[in-house]
Design a protein around this ligand. Structure first.
Ligand SMILES: [Zn+2]
Length: 357
C-alpha cells in the first residue's frame, strides 16, 4: 500500500511524462526563460531579442488565420510552466487565448499577471470604432489589430518584449538590451536602406516616418543630392508604386498600406470577419471595372472563391501574401517576411501598371 507522499510523487511523475509527451513539435531548444507567443511574428521578434536564452513556443502557425486558431490542449501544458505569455492584444486572439490561459491556471500568465505581455501597448491603433461593434460580427472591436504590418511598430513591440524579459530574467538584461538595439538597427537598415541610415541616422528616420513627415525630410539634401535619392530597403522597393490602389480581402493591410503609401480602395469582406454576399461581389466587380485597382491582395487561409470570381470577371491579378512569419516558406522570420511581401507586391504592381505616381 503506497503512502500518500509516494502516491503524490507518482502522480507528479505521470504529469511530467504527460507534459513531455504533449510538448508540441513547434517547441524550440531549452533556455532560461520559458516564453509562449500567440503568433509567429511575435515569436520571431521575441527570438531576435532573447536569442537562445529563451525556451520559446509559438502557438499559431503562419498559415492559420490569427483570428481563428484551434486552441490545442497541449499548449495548456506549455502555458502552465511559462514565465511569459506574449499576445497581440486588441482582442485578436479573443477566441482562443483565454481558453488556454484559463486552462493553464498559471497566475503569471493570466491577463493582469506579471508575465502576461500585451504587445499592443504603446501602438498607435488605427480604425478604432466609435462604439463596440462585435454584435454585428466585426472582429476588430478595439480597432485594427494587425499593427505588425508596419515594421516601425516592431520597434515598439521589441521594447515591450525586451522590458518583460529584463524583469523575468535580470541576469540577461544587458544581453536583451544589446540584442534589442541590434534588432532596431537591422530593421532600420532593412526599411530605409543602409546608406540612408548611415547618412541620416535610424532614429531620425524613424521619427520622421512616425510623424508622417518622411517625404518632406527626404527632400532635404545632406552632402549633395536630396536624401530621397538614397532611399533603399523595403520603402525604396515600393516607392515607385506609392499611391497605387489595391483591393484587400480582409482589413489587415491598413498599417502596411499607411507605411508604404499603398491605397486600399475596398475590401472583399464587407466587415472584418464577414464573408461577402453576392451583392457585395457585384459592387466590387463594378468598382474594379471602373476603377484603377489592378491587384487584389489576399491571404493563404481565407476562402479563394470570391477573389477567383472577381479575377475572372475583371481580369485583375490576385496576389496571396503572408501576414505572419511562416505564411510562406520564404517568410522564415520577420525580416524575410517583409523581404518577401515587399518584393512580391512590387512585382505584382509592376506587372499590372506603368508604375507612375
Ligand atoms: Zn483582422
Amino acid at each position: 500500500m503506497p503512502t500518500r507522499a509516494v502516491r503524490r510523487l507518482t502522480g507528479s511523475i505521470a504529469l511530467l511524462l504527460l507534459a513531455a509527451i504533449a510538448a508540441p513539435a513547434g517547441a524550440f531548444a531549452s533556455g532560461t526563460v520559458k516564453v509562449v507567443a500567440s503568433l509567429p511574428n511575435l515569436g520571431s521578434i521575441a527570438r531576435e531579442i532573447g536569442g537562445d536564452r529563451l525556451d520559446l513556443t509559438v502557438i499559431a502557425s503562419g498559415v492559420q488565420d490569427a483570428h481563428f486558431v484551434d486552441p490545442k490542449p497541449s499548449y495548456i501544458v506549455k502555458l502552465r510552466a511559462a514565465d511569459l505569455m506574449i499576445v497581440n492584444g486588441l482582442d485578436l486572439e479573443i477566441g482562443w487565448v483565454p481558453p488556454l490561459t484559463q486552462g493553464a491556471r498559471n497566475a503569471r500568465v493570466i491577463p493582469g499577471g506579471p508575465g502576461y505581455i500585451d504587445a499592443s501597448a504603446g501602438i498607435a491603433v488605427v480604425e478604432i470604432p466609435s462604439g463596440l461593434s462585435r454584435a454585428e460580427g466585426d472582429v476588430h472591436p478595439y480597432g485594427n489589430p494587425h499593427y505588425l504590418g508596419d515594421p516601425l511598430n516592431a520597434v515598439i513591440v521589441a521594447s515591450t518584449i525586451a522590458d518583460a524579459l529584463k524583469k523575468a530574467d535580470p541576469a540577461g538584461a544587458a544581453t536583451y538590451e544589446e540584442r534589442r538595439k541590434a534588432f532596431v538597427t537591422r530593421l532600420d537598415q532593412a526599411l530605409f536602406g543602409a546608406p540612408l541610415v548611415e547618412l541620416a541616422g535610424g532614429a531620425k528616420l524613424e521619427r520622421e516616418a512616425a510623424a508622417g513627415t518622411l517625404d518632406h525630410f527626404l527632400e532635404t539634401s545632406l552632402g549633395g543630392a536630396p536624401l530621397k535619392t538614397r532611399l533603399g530597403g523595403w520603402l525604396g522597393k515600393l516607392a515607385p508604386y506609392r499611391g497605387r490602389p489595391v483591393l484587400c480581402y480582409h482589413k489587415d493591410a491598413s498599417y502596411f498600406a499607411n507605411r508604404f503609401g499603398i491605397v486600399v480602395i475596398d475590401y472583399v469582406e464587407p466587415k472584418p470577419g464577414i464573408q461577402p454576399s453576392a451583392r457585395h461581389l457585384e459592387e466590387l466587380t463594378a468598382l474594379l471595372h471602373h476603377g484603377d485597382a489592378k491587384v487584389i491582395l489576399t491571404r493563404p487561409y481565407v476562402e479563394h472563391r470570391s477573389t477567383d470570381l472577381l479575377a475572372q470577371k475583371t481580369g485583375v491579378t490576385v496576389v496571396t501574401l503572408p501576414l505572419e512569419v511562416g505564411g510562406d516558406p520564404k517568410a522564415t522570420d520577420y525580416f524575410a517576411l517583409f523581404d518577401f511581401v515587399t518584393g512580391s507586391l512590387a512585382d505584382a504592381l509592376a506587372r499590372t501598371g506603368t508604375g507612375a505616381r
